[in-house]
Write a protein that binds this ligand. Structure first.
Ligand code: AMP
Ligand code: GLY
Length: 441
């Protein structure tokens, strides 16, 4: 069958690379894809958020399956639109994708269903929000986290150090609308402390299958210095979530989402991603995402031994319970190479070299912000903030991390920046993560 992958990041290249290993896939289309996906199939010049054009493309090409990577088209209802015209699409519907699309929706849902998360209050009126903050300041020394309600490309979470900064963050969101349409309301949330991990599960509306738990590195610099990014690397296994904790997260977080969504007549189908912080009081949900993570996908999918097409249809048809996705027991690490200047402004168009050598050194190179070269035989060029994710798998985390760096050393473009400590502290047995937060008590 023909499969259409919607999106253009490292996540979508990894999804396409995994689909290319399926004997059921004859042709891959990417909308719009990147310089790496062009080598796996055909890139079509259609934006992931142009729902009309994607539906038209899927109909014209008679695709048998659409895999939707990013959150924006999911929240906008792409899966609903494709389903209406009879095209199987993997991902949640617009209503269920609200778990990511609206933080106040997600918080209310968690409160209604007893899912452990930080205490929070949601406001649309600035004076009410500031009054609530004043009350908090009287009773608590801990400055809350301030979140814009809607989708803000990963930038909508502000972590002020003082109550004055928190008040400013509230004004930035509700008055200045710093994150545009994401700013209709603000969430003021209790600040939690602990180590973080990403728990992702395939869901078919009633049953689920968890993936190996990954940890990503959100900050730009080594030792978690510098600004937050979309993620500078990731690794598996994560020591943060022990098998006992994972069972707890399944029972108290993931299952209640499925039950709650099914009970309101909107079953959750697709990937459910719970950002978990393991606090002294147990696991707490920081956020839900309604899709695969980026760069988590680049470490998770190389470990998948089952056919992703079977799993996707198992989810869409409500038969996931009959399948048991098989995973390699190997470790995996991925190192992101980003453009100089990311996450702020950065140049584009720099030639990227050394990718054949990186692959020969044992790495799988997933393209993110790249475009095909201007002429036949020309190397791909940089076209975004995060440019490449170089992944390696091995029996131990230490070997996977070493292999990922050995491969990444070959990849070059002007101004490239990367972290040199992805997975290192855990591989060296130094702690739960590189955030210096240590293993939670
Ligand atoms: P989110 O996009 O909601 O995952 O937030 C991005 C990052 O902000 C998370 O990975 C955490 O590091 C941090 N964060 C979010 N919510 C909280 C919270 N309530 N307490 C502490 N840190 C948080
Ligand atoms: N790596 C975080 C995310 O995909 O949202």
């Amino acid at each position: 069958m023909k499969v259409l992958v919607v999106g253009s990041g490292g996540r979508e290249h990894a999804i396409g690379w995994t689909l290319a290993r399926s004997s059921q896939v004859e042709k891959l289309l990417f909308a719009p894809g990147n310089g790496g996906t062009a080598a796996l199939g055909t890139n079509v010049d259609v934006e992931a958020t142009d729902l009309d054009a994607i539906v038209t493309l899927a109909k014209e090409e008679e695709v048998g399956l659409v895999m939707v990577g990013p959150e924006d088209p999911l929240v906008a209802g792409l899966v609903d639109r494709l389903t209406e015209v009879g095209i199987p699409a993997f991902g949640p519907t617009a209503v269920t994708a609200q778990l990511e699309g609206s933080k106040s929706f997600a918080k209310a849902f968690m409160e209604n269903h007893g899912i452990p998360t930080g205490a929070a209050a949601s406001f649309t009126v600035v004076d009410a929000a500031l009054a609530y903050l004043d009350e908090l300041a009287k009773t608590s020394a801990s400055v809350p986290v301030i979140k814009a309600d809607g989708l803000a490309a990963g930038k909508g979470v502000l972590m002020p150090e003082t109550f004055d900064e928190a008040a400013q963050a509230i004004r930035d969101i509700l008055i200045d609308r710093r994150f545009g349409a994401a700013c209709d309301s603000v969430l003021i949330e209790e600040r939690l402390v602990g180590a973080e991990a990403s728990v992702l599960a395939f869901c078919d509306g009633t049953s689920l299958a968890v993936m190996p738990v990954a940890q990503d590195h959100k900050r730009l610099g080594d030792g978690d210095a510098g600004p937050n990014t979309g993620g500078m690397g990731a690794f598996i296994p994560s020591p943060v979530i022990t098998p006992e904790l994972l069972a707890d997260v399944e029972a108290r977080v993931l299952q209640p989402v499925l039950k709650g969504m099914a009970a309101q007549g909107t079953p959750y189908v697709g990937v459910l991603y719970a950002g978990i912080m393991v606090t002294a009081d147990g696991p707490r949900v920081l956020e839900f995402n309604c899709r695969f993570g980026d760069p988590e996908t680049q470490v998770v999918l190389p470990l998948l031994e089952s056919d992703l097409v079977d799993i996707a249809f198992g989810c869409i048809d409500g038969r996931l319970g009959e399948l048991t996705p098989q995973w390699s027991s190997d470790a995996a690490a991925t190192v992101v190479l980003a453009s100089g200047g990311y996450p702020d402004s950065y140049p584009k168009g720099h030639p990227i070299t050394g990718l054949v050598e990186a692959a020969e050194a044992g790495g799988t190179v997933f393209h993110a912000g790249t475009a095909v070269g201007s002429a036949e035989g020309e190397p791909p060029v940089t076209n975004g903030g995060r440019v490449l994710a170089v992944t390696a798998t091995a029996p131990t985390l230490e070997a996977a991390v070493d292999a990922a760096y050995r491969a990444a050393d070959h990849a070059h473009f002007d101004g490239a920046v990367r972290r040199n400590d992805i997975g290192r502290d855990v591989a060296n047995g130094k702690g739960a993560d590189s955030d210096g937060k240590g293993t939670p008590t």
